[in-house]
Each structure stands twice: as structure tokens, then as C-alpha cells.
Design a protein around this ligand. Structure first.
Ligand code: ZN
Length: 213
């Protein structure tokens, strides 16, 4: 039982860590990206609103994002605890969350920019079946060829060094004030995300004071 937020840049491994933690402690892994996709897929009123905004090239406002979050947190499965992933993305959302629910901790998975950049530059995608590969962590048996379907392995279009640098800069600009606010509330534990995943998870549990089940 616990109510946690996990933060970290794309490529920090935070999604994997959130899943590991949620599985062992019977928490919901609350990925905001998945919650949004479910609204759109199920054609809810909020889903329709979001779809219209995105189709019109508009950003989804904090008000709508917060409403999506509150609706999801009201569901009974979240009462036993959650690991919130992909929210809050800015100070307005963070302040809303602090008002909404008493948090037990904020897990900040840190990875130096150059390490995240190298991880992203190593990402590949099968051009045929869409399977994800990574030349560092998870390379195909034959270089450049998908193990599953024999398709060609290619880089993602948005994984160029300049696009990655711009995503990193945006991330730091947006999350710095969020982390500052959470630190004022003594909620943040900093976790070294460069270690192997099992060790990262160990460090998270120790710093959160969780008993290993
Ligand atoms: Zn393939």
C-alpha cells in the first residue's frame, strides 16, 4: 500500500521500474499515456474531447489532464495504492496532485543526459513488424535484421542527436520546478538509474523503506 509518483526522462527505465514495484506490492501502475489511450479507445466524453483537441493541433490543457487523472484515481482499484507514471508534467499539475491525494513518495530516476542520449541513439525499430530493438541492451542476433520476421532494423525518425537534445532540454525545463515543489514537501528520493534494473529496483525499495516481500 502506497501512493507514489515516478519521474525520469524517456529512456531512464522508469516504466520498467514502475512495473516491477507495482507487481510486488500490489499497486496499480498508472501510466497516464495508457489512461489517455483508453479514454480515446473507449470513446468516452473525455476521450472525444481529447481526440478533437489533438486532431485540431491543440495541446490538451492542464484542466483536462487533471480531470482525467482525478477520474482514474477515483476508481476503486487505485484505493489500494499506485505508481503514477507520466504525470505531473508541470508545476500546475504537481500542485493539483498535492491537493488531491496524500503522496507517500516521489521516485526520481536520474540518468545523465549523455547516458540517456546514448540509449536513445541505440534504439531501433523493425521496419516490418514494428518490434523494438536496442543495439546496447537488446540487439538482434544478425546485425540489422529482425529476429522475428527478417525485416530491416531502422532508427526512429525522431531519434536524431538534435531532436534528442531538444527533448532533454524541454524535460529539464518542465520537471525542475516540479521536483523543487516535491522536495519542499520532503517527498523525493533520488535514484541512480545507470545501474542494472534489478539494482535500481533494490535502491528504490530501500529508500522508500519498503520491506522486501
Ligand atoms: Zn520484425
Amino acid at each position: 500500500m502506497g501512493k507514489y509518483v515516478i519521474m525520469g526522462i524517456q529512456g531512464s527505465g522508469k516504466g520498467t521500474q514502475a512495473k516491477l514495484l507495482a507487481a510486488d506490492y500490489d499497486l496499480i501502475h498508472l501510466s497516464m499515456g495508457e489512461v489517455f489511450r483508453a479514454h480515446i479507445h473507449n470513446g468516452t466524453h473525455l476521450g472525444q474531447t481529447i481526440r478533437d483537441l489533438v486532431a485540431g493541433g491543440h495541446l490538451v490543457s492542464d484542466g483536462i489532464v487533471n480531470q482525467v487523472l482525478r477520474t482514474r484515481l477515483d476508481e476503486t482499484d487505485c484505493q489500494r495504492g499506485f505508481v503514477l507514471d507520466g504525470y505531473p508534467r508541470n508545476l500546475t499539475q504537481a500542485a493539483f496532485l498535492l491537493e488531491l491525494v496524500p503522496l507517500d513518495g516521489v521516485i526520481n530516476v536520474t540518468v545523465p543526459d549523455e547516458v540517456v542520449t546514448a540509449r536513445m541513439l541505440a534504439r531501433r525499430l523493425c521496419d516490418d513488424c514494428g518490434r523494438d530493438w536496442n543495439l546496447q541492451a537488446h540487439a538482434p542476433r544478425v546485425p540489422g535484421v529482425c529476429d522475428d520476421c527478417g525485416g530491416a532494423i531502422v532508427a526512429r525518425e525522431d531519434d536524431t542527436p538534435s531532436a534528442i537534445a531538444s527533448r532533454l532540454a524541454d524535460f529539464h525545463t518542465q520537471t525542475a520546478p516540479v521536483l523543487d515543489l516535491f522536495r519542499e514537501h520532503d517527498l523525493v528520493i533520488d535514484i541512480d538509474g545507470t545501474q542494472p534494473p534489478a539494482q535500481v529496483q533494490d535502491q528504490i525499495r530501500r529508500k522508500l523503506g519498503l520491506t522486501v516481500s
